[in-house]
Each structure stands twice: as structure tokens, then as C-alpha cells.
Design a protein around this ligand. Structure first.
Ligand code: ZN
Length: 350
């Protein structure tokens, strides 16, 4: 394993950002290569500790000569966001200087060729960081580890990779897959899969390609037991796809979780600003008309509570971790059995 340091120049003299990159060489050129990163949204740490638990497994596989395809690991993908504190609170989702989401505005290339990336030497530190997508370009397997507010473990998959990636979903042991089609905002996952949409099938090779945003539950689910089981899931995926050889790992059984088109997700914008009293938690199954939450907007007053009901049947994928809400902000990711009347294309959130 080799460790190198990526350096991102800051926007003023005397400021620079660094993050480590770990590379394991593969012994078989024909084997798929893999790229894993965590904490692109810099405060989302379940993936960071999963990688911490995975690294000794990779080191052991390397020592035993079982790493077939090259593996690149970036445990902290966003040193700019990692350093952002605003009035004592960490802010890892948006760049405070540009207001741009750290997982948006990645270049969506016409082909998977790093030479097509624009020169960003004068584009600002945020764009220089995003050009580091070149570390992942060309890998057969690209895993971007995130988490939600409070939620089940789930992953996003572009429709071109489904159902080929069902083995990966099963190997990782996640509960749900969200299938998406369009990326108009340049997510890291979009930058990883959209360049393959209009290239010859011999290059695209969707049967062996993996690109996914992994949502490892919620912000507070940073825990050594979950880290170990998530690391085991990542390891199983790498074995299943032939990056690592390990006969002790059984083939995953078929994926038994939910498969939900993105247009079925109800985001449930709150009708009022106030305090949320949830009736449901991630994993709950509900029927049309069941109460999901009550918003207390005028405490103690007649008419000061507003109830929110399920617009269709389905299950709760995520909810907010904070209980204060403004009118129009989203209460839940509710996975409906049918298309949502409020269906959103592209990304679900800012
Ligand atoms: Zn995220």
C-alpha cells in the first residue's frame, strides 16, 4: 500500500488543503479496479469509520497476495469542508465561501477521460477540489460513502447499472436502492457514471461497472459495531466483483431489500414552521392516510397544531435529525409504492 498526499491550493497565500490517498496495487490487470471515498460531505462520518475498519482487511489481503484489481481509498475526501466551522458548528455540506454543495457542480464529462477536465487552476479551491474526481475516473467500481439525517442504509444507482448491481446491494447488506435517471446538478456519482452513457458498450461495460452514493443511515450512526459490519459489506462487494480474492466469502444471495424509483419518493414539505412531533421512524411501513407527523407551530393555541398524513402507502426511508422546521422544508424521505404527485427529478435536495 502506498500513501500519497493530495494538495489543494487555497484561495489566498498561506492557505492550502491536504488529504491522504491510499493505493493498493492489483496483481491482475484484467481484474476490476475500485475507488472508495468518504466524507465528501465532510461531517458525514459513518463511511470514514467504515473505511477505518476496512483498511486492515485490505492490508491483510495485500500481504496474502489476494488483491487482484487496484484499489484507491480516500477516507477524507473533502479537507475544505472538514475545516469549516461556523459559530462553533461544523458545516460540511456547503462551501461557506461559494454556497455550493460539495456534492454538486462536478464536471459531467462526455466520456470517461480526465483530459476532458477543464483547467481550474484559477477556478477557486472548491473547483480545484472537484477536479480531483480524476482520482476516481477510469475505475470500474466507484463508491462514494455518505449518510442521511436519520435513516435506513440505502444506495443510489443509475438505471443503466440496474439490475447488474443487485449483487453489490446484497453484498453490502443495505435496505433499499433508489433508482435515478437524470443528473442536472453534477453529483459525484453523476460524474462517475454519466460519462459512460454515450460511449461504446465495450467501454461502458455496465455489467461490471459500479457507481453509487452509499447512505450509511444517519449522522449520529457513527459506531464501531456498524463500522465493522459496513466494512464487511464493502469487503464482500470487492470480493463479489473480483477485486479481492477470498474463497471464505460466500456469494451474496439475491437482494431482498426495496427497489424504489426516485420518482416514488415523497419528500413531504412541511405546511408550517415549528416543532416536529414524528409519528414514524425510518423502516416503518404506513398506509395512505396514516399520520406521519404533527407540526406544533403555535403552541397552546387553538389550531396551533397541523397534522401531516401519508399521501399513499409506502415506508419511511429517512427523517430529519433536527426537530425545528420552516414551512416548505422537507419532513421525510417517504418511499411510496407508486409515483409521487410531488415527484422530483435530479437530486432530491439542495
Ligand atoms: Zn452526503
Amino acid at each position: 500500500m502506498q500513501k500519497t498526499i493530495e494538495r489543494i491550493a487555497g484561495d489566498s497565500e498561506g492557505v492550502a488543503y491536504e488529504f491522504p490517498v491510499f493505493r493498493f496495487g492489483g496483481t491482475d490487470k484484467a481484474a476490476p479496479s475500485a475507488y472508495l471515498q468518504a466524507a465528501l460531505h465532510a461531517g458525514e462520518l459513518p463511511g470514514v469509520v467504515a473505511i477505518d475498519a476496512l483498511m486492515p482487511m485490505l492490508a491483510r489481503a495485500e500481504a496474502e497476495g489476494r488483491i487482484k484489481g487496484a484499489i484507491t481509498v480516500v477516507p477524507w475526501a473533502n479537507p475544505i469542508g472538514r475545516a469549516q466551522y461556523h459559530f462553533g458548528e461544523h458545516q460540511g455540506r456547503f462551501n461557506l465561501g461559494t454556497r455550493t454543495n460539495f456534492n454538486r457542480a462536478f464536471p459531467l464529462l462526455a466520456a470517461p477521460d480526465a483530459k476532458l477536465l477543464a483547467d481550474v487552476s484559477l477556478g477557486g479551491a472548491d473547483r480545484r477540489l472537484k477536479k480531483r474526481v480524476e482520482l476516481s475516473l477510469g475505475n470500474d467500481i466507484v463508491l462514494d460513502l455518505h449518510c442521511d439525517d436519520e435513516g435506513l442504509p440505502y444506495i443510489y444507482i443509475h438505471t443503466s447499472l440496474w439490475p447488474h448491481m443487485a449483487d453489490c446491494a446484497a453484498a453490502m447488506g443495505i435496505d433499499a436502492v433508489l433508482l435515478w435517471r437524470e443528473d442536472s446538478s453534477g453529483t459525484f456519482e453523476g460524474a462517475s457514471i454519466m460519462p459512460y452513457q454515450n460511449v461504446p458498450a465495450s467501454v461502458a461495460r455496465f455489467d461490471r461497472r459500479v457507481a453509487t452514493t452509499v447512505e450509511y443511515r444517519g449522522m449520529l450512526d457513527v459506531d464501531s459495531g456498524l463500522a465493522a459490519s459496513d466494512a464487511a459489506g464493502l469487503y464482500r462487494l470487492l470480493v463479489t466483483r473480483g477485486v479481492i480474492q477470498d474463497p471464505s466469502v460466500p456469494k451474496p444471495s439475491s437482494f431482498s431489500g426495496a427497489v424504489v424509483p426516485l420518482e416514488n419518493i415523497e419528500m413531504m414539505p412541511s405546511p408550517k414552521a415549528g416543532a416536529i412531533l414524528y409519528d414514524v421512524k425510518p423502516g416503518d411501513r404506513v398506509n395512505k392516510g396514516d399520520r406521519l407527523a404533527t407540526i406544533v407551530h403555535a403552541p397552546g393555541e387553538a389550531g396551533g397544531r397541523t397534522e401531516v398524513f401519508a399521501p399513499q402507502s409506502g415506508f419511511i426511508l429517512t427523517r430529519r435529525s433536527r426537530r425545528i422546521i420552516r414551512a416548505g422544508e422537507d419532513l421525510l424521505k417517504f418511499a411510496g409504492d407508486k409515483r409521487s404527485a410531488d415527484a422530483r427529478s435530479g437530486t432530491l435536495e439542495d
